[in-house]
Ligand binder design. Sequence first.
Ligand code: PMV
Length: 322
Amino acid sequence: MMGVGKAIAHSNIALAKYWGKADAVRNLTAVPSLSLTLAALRTVTTVRFDDSLAQDQLSLAGESVQGRPLLRVSKLLDSVRAQVGVTTRARVESVNDFPTAAGLASSASGFAALAMAATRAAGLELPLAQVSALARAASASAARSLFGGYVSLGARAESAERVAPGAAFPLEMLVAVTVSGAKETASTDGMGHTRDTSPYYAAWVESAPAVYEQVRAAVLAADFEALGPAVEHSALAMHASMLAARPALIYFAPATLRVMERVRAFRKSGGRAYFTMDAGPHVKVLVEPSAAAELEFELSKLEGVTQVLRSAAGPDASWVEP
Ligand code: PMV
């Protein structure tokens, strides 16, 4: 068997966050989430099944990678192999076209592109929802990257689904990349640690569905003033549960707070923009296209902000000619 498949998937940023697993073995999430897929942050992945290989091989941006990332890739390939009944190993090459040195999480676009490329290489042409389920088993946020625009992943859901196309509610996302000395904790480990030690974890799981519903309703109504405060609340409530873990999971760097402060000042002066952040120090800011350039410039001047990426809503993941 010598199949090859190549695919492109875009990163996504959750507007309603998930943090925590309902089922760690099957990798099902404890709370529903809703994200925006980003056009400007893409991963391109090629999978080549090759009978001559003794083991799967992984290269990220041209560098050979072993250890945990390779194990996660092999696990996804194993489910594809099981579906078609083969044991052939594969060579996987993955490249992000956004700056990876920035330390931006790329597992969402990475596993979405891998699931697309691997199924194609194995001769399967599955509907996006089934590819989403495959990606979700590797990284729950990756389930959402199969679809463009606004996408949801229900609590305990097997796969993500589109809520609305990006064009129905044209917002942009600024990604303020901040410097940080701290080593980041892998999200799955961080979620387990929060569940096991944070007295606020139960409150987070209990309150997240209602916030998700607010975010979803605001997206469907294209109501930015309803959406923005719910988005900020979702991120801060998630971080509150992490901050109360023992020891605490602190993803805030000094520049993280500077960006948040600047966004709040922007609102005070009549602008409309709202922040969110994930398991890292960078801040993502949701803004209307007409205000994006001005805020991008303001954020880029802040101490500790190394760069600001700007993105509109992105499309579905897709196959390309290898
Ligand atoms: O599914 P993972 O391991 O990529 O975890 C993602 C967790 C957050 O980014 C913090 C929230 C989210 O819903 O994307």
